[in-house]
Design a protein around this ligand. Structure first.
Ligand code: SDX
Length: 422
């Protein structure tokens, strides 16, 4: 077993730690015995150099700008497979056969309805309730209808729990949208595919068939695939942390939704469009790019930068290509697209961004497509929730079966007052 030696230069003490090898990516130093051996903690605010678990779900190479789901390139999956193919792949580790996909699709369609009591919950929200607050409340409320999920004991029960929430999330997302505008809830139509059904529940009115094009269905399906999982990001780490205490899985997912809400994470997609609208013209782009570089100005280019990617986010590349391919058919706002392209062009040639490896991330382009799909900005992070739920619940299941599973309980570097008397 390879190892690394830590030398404390205060007393020349030497401490040895094993090096663990992954199948892909950096080696890890096994520091589980560090405190016992040295009496010291590691110090890593934001966990920039900390692996919190072992996982075989998703791999990211930040330097290369590579993303694999269960070993498959994200570009192959986005261009050649459906979102339901990807859900099945994440949940089981293998791509479905034609028959398996049909059965999986039918199961999700049947599970897409929610208890009528959930509608009463939505009616209790105030008119200006934020959609993410409604969504996390609704998912947490689902735990009151499925209390047997608290004592899940085997793979089959976990799969049922997972498929149940994957199927119901689009319905809750559409209910959230309908509640925001005070319009009647539309039930799922089990004759429609996953992504088509979501657009149907968003657009339909009683006795009025909405127009939904194949191009729109394909664009939304691709967006869901690109958002499906992303290793130990802030919201997934939150789901794992809550799950590590033994809380209800839907309570853990609700916590993940709340973590995703922040504009540094999933809320960035909404901020990107607001920012493009604020910039208003390509003539103003340079001014805003300079503001983003000013350390004394809190303004940041939303949709730019990433904790892991120090190259192009591969998902941004796929969305950029999709935009160019579908912009005419989808009716993409060309003015905002030109501003986005101008920002990208200027930033990618600017030393400030180059030296910090700041590239467009998934949120930089997703909002332009969602706007073309007539989805309001306030619903953008809800779309992220719909796509990411399969990742959250897959990571939850992996944690349940992890032999190294422990309650998430980091330590700290205390810098407060010494003990003192009253
Ligand atoms: C997602 O983790 C995931 O995988 C998340 C996600 C997923 O799929 O789950 O990929 C989804 O959350 C994508 C990121 C969406 N957020 C944004 O687009 C918000 C804007 N981006 C940043 O706030 C920032 O880049 C983060 C939060 C994404 C990453 O922050 P880090 O890794 O903590 O980096 P940092 O804040 O330490 O920044 C390093 C430097 C700093 O400058 P210096 O102090 O070195 O001078 O880069 C600068 C920052 O000021 N910087 C930016 C910038 N992002 C970082 N400067 C201007 N504009 C930006 N967007």
């Amino acid at each position: 077993m390879a190892s690394i030696t830590l030398i404390d230069n205060r007393n020349a003490e030497r401490y040895e730690f094993d090096i663990l090898h992954p199948t892909l990516g950096p080696d890890v130093i096994d520091i589980r015995t560090l405190y016992k051996k040295t009496g010291m903690f590691t110090y890593d605010p934001g966990f920039t150099s900390t692996a919190s678990c072992s996982s075989d779900i998703t791999y990211i190479d930040g330097e290369k700008g590579q993303l694999l789901y269960r070993g498959y390139e994200i570009s192959d999956l986005a261009n050649h497979k459906s979102y339901l193919d990807v859900c099945y792949l994440l949940l089981t580790g293998t791509l479905p056969s034609t028959t398996q996909l049909i059965d999986f699709d039918n199961e999700l369609r049947k599970r897409s309805f929610v208890h009528e009591g959930i509608k009463e919950l939505y009616k209790s929200f105030p008119d200006k309730a934020h959609p993410m607050a409604m969504m996390s409340s609704a998912v947490s409320a689902l735990s009151t209808f499925y209390y047997e999920h608290l004592t899940i004991g085997n793979k089959e029960e976990m799969q049922i729990m997972a498929r149940r929430i994957i199927a119901k999330i689009p319905t809750l997302a559409a209910f959230t949208y309908r509640r925001m505008y005070g319009i009647p809830f539309i039930y799922p139509d089990i004759e429609r595919s996953f992504s088509e059904n979501f657009l149907y529940m968003m657009r339909a009115y009683p006795h009025a068939e909405p127009e939904i094009s194949e191009v729109e269905i394909r664009a939304l399906d691709t967006i869901f695939t690109l958002h499906a999982d992303h290793e130990q990001n802030a919201s997934t780490s939150t789901v794992r942390s809550v799950a590590s205490t033994g809380a209800h899985p839907y309570a853990a997912l609700s916590a993940g939704i709340n973590a995703l809400w922040g504009r540094a994470h999933g809320g960035a997609n909404e901020s990107v469009i607001a920012q493009l609208e604020l910039i208003g013209s390509i003539d103003n782009v340079e001014t805003f790019v300079e503001r983003a570089k000013d350390p004394d100005d809190s303004f940041r280019l939303m949709g730019f930068g990433h904790r892991v990617y120090k190259n192009f986010d591969p998902r941004a590349r796929i969305l950029s290509a999709l935009l160019h391919e579908l912009k005419d058919e989808l009716g993409v706002n060309n003015e905002l697209l030109e501003i986005a392209q101008r920002i990208e062009h200027i930033a990618l040639e600017d030393e400030y961004f180059i030296s910090r490896n700041l590239y467009p991330n998934i949120d930089f382009y997703s909002g332009l497509i969602l706007t073309a799909l007539k989805i309001p900005k306030s619903m953008f992070t809800i779309i992220f929730v719909v796509g990411r739920t399969v990742g959250w619940v897959t990571q939850w299941m992996e944690l349940q079966e992890d032999s190294e599973k422990k309650i998430a309980r980091p330590r700290q570097r205390y810098i407060g007052p010494l003990q003192r008397e009253l």
